[in-house]
Design a protein around this ligand. Sequence first.
Ligand SMILES: [Zn+2]
Ligand SMILES: [Zn+2]
Length: 280
Amino acid sequence: MSTLQEKLNRIDQIRAKKPGFSDVMDFFEQIFIARDAVLQNVAVADPYPDSHGIAMRLHEGFPLLEKRYFVYDGDVLVSYFHRLLDIVARRNPAGAAAIRARSDSAEELLKNIPPQDIVKALAPFAGESDLMLFLLKECMRPWLERYAERLSPKVGEEQWHEGCCPVCGGFACFAEIFGQENQRRLFCQDCGASWQFPRLQCPFCGIDDHEKLEYFKPDGQPEYRVMLCRACKRYIKTVDFREFSDGLVPEVEHPATLYLDIIARERGYKTEDVLTGLLL
Ligand SMILES: [Zn+2]
Ligand SMILES: [Zn+2]
């Protein structure tokens, strides 16, 4: 997991290289600083004091963090929510005002996370559901990161073969290709954990028919590529580490490459990622 300083350094590099992304980088800089302040005060208990429960769940293909283990301080989380709304308001005043007008529903939702039914939970925020989903996920993020720090090192490379996150079950939002044998690592959009996954397999539908998978590379940027799955019509952005000289910070790379999402969407592909819904 990247430190705050690594994220801020990478944001500075991107601002210098791609001035058009300054606005979006400013936004994430504020989010990362606010998150780090919460993170310093968040501690979570280890839900698996012995390794038996871990081995069992991984063997069955279940992510480690069950809903009953997600324990959080509601007051800290609600105050983080309002801090996030202040940050969002600078970029999207109308969206932040619409959510603020429904503060009671928002706080009710935040008392019961993760929600059993996300569609039902977001219903009161019609018109701003992408923004509310982003806020909801970001509110949970400091706790999820702490769980990921504890649980991720306990997941052996050979123990997990799924396309979703072994810690929280979230979708992959970014990938990197690395090493002599072109291995691939996926990054979770919700908790930040990463795990290895076969390079020629779709993490969303599991298909490994090479005829159904293709990569496209943007012109003049050999370090980036996008894997498209013709079977489920989803895509994932990827950094090729052999062409990448900078330090990879997936959380920064993702908003800094939104033009790749635009190309993939124009070709008829979709993603489960919340940021693209929010920013595009
Ligand atoms: Zn995760
Ligand atoms: Zn697929």
